[in-house]
Design a protein around this ligand. Structure first.
Ligand code: HEC
Length: 235
């Protein structure tokens, strides 16, 4: 119930949030409320806010006590396109001039993000943020898996670990993981699948917390997780 209220509140904030004038967009176009869906399969040369950047920010920066809607540490909220563009100091086309990027490559341990003892983002994730900003920091999305979803022969290593790594690990690792639940390796993830909790949270089922908070995995990724569980949680 608490969560329902929370998401309702976020919804109201998003709908009422205005968008700063941004010359990259046509007059009258509000990217905060209208993600640009290419309607095309994901192009590996493009970084997409909806598919790549938002999951990364929610999992690694928008934890409770950090840049979520309640805490807004240092006034920065990283839970939606609108809040990222309004508070994250993103300069479209200029990654080096964007605080959101600078803190990721910051060499001083006491200045970098995520703050220690959380590990730094890996090089591939940092490169993705850089690419997204350099390409204009748009509110863009693409069709994953070319519109088809292959859920045969799911294994943890090939299929499931990357989903968890991109969407969950920031909150479910370290010394105080969300809900006390760790999802850092096969046995920890399999344990949640064995109780049915893993499948329930990503399906946003009633009676469990919806995960990731404030965001949703693609239908294909949800199907992959369910198929993996049905196929016997192969490592
Ligand atoms: C922004 C941080 C965050 C992210 C990202 C996140 N979680 Fe959570 N998770 C939490 C917190 C906090 C809780 C404790 C329940 C609550 O307070 O909502 C939790 C609880 C859970 C639970 C227990 C739910 C229950 O009702 O008992 C499971 C299972 C879970 N998360 C799995 C996941 C999975 C799988 C992902 C990725 C697809 C994920 N989480 C992403 C923060 C997060």
């Amino acid at each position: 119930m608490k969560n329902t209220l929370l998401y309702a509140a976020i919804g109201i904030m998003l709908t009422s949030a205005g968008c700063k004038h941004d010359p990259l967009y046509p007059a009258g176009y509000d990217p905060a409320t209208n993600p640009i869906s290419t309607g095309l399969p994901c192009n590996p040369d493009t970084a997409y806010f909806v598919n790549d950047i938002l999951p990364l920010l929610i999992s690694n920066c928008a934890m409770s006590g950090c840049h979520d809607a309640q805490t807004r540490a240092e006034g920065i909220q990283l839970t939606s396109y609108a809040s990222v563009m309004q508070t994250g100091d993103v300069k479209p086309g200029n990654a080096n001039g964007s605080e959101l990027y600078e803190v990721l490559i910051e060499t001083r341990e006491d200045k970098r993000m995520p703050v220690p003892p959380s590990p730094r983002l890996d090089a591939a994730k940092i490169a993705l943020v850089r690419k997204w900003i350099e390409q204009g920091a748009q509110n863009n999305s693409c069709l994953e898996n070319q519109g088809e979803c292959d859920t045969t022969n799911m294994t943890y290593t090939v299929d499931i670990a990357p989903i968890i790594s991109s969407n969950c690990i920031g909150c479910h690792s370290g010394v105080s993981p969300g809900g006390g639940i760790l999802l850092s390796n096969y046995s920890q993830v399999a344990a949640q699948a064995n109780t049915g909790k893993l499948q329930a949270v990503v399906s946003h089922s009633a009676g469990v917390a919806a995960m990731p908070p404030g965001n949703r995995l693609s239908d294909c990724n949800v199907s992959k997780i369910k198929a993996w569980a049905n196929q016997g949680l192969i490592q």
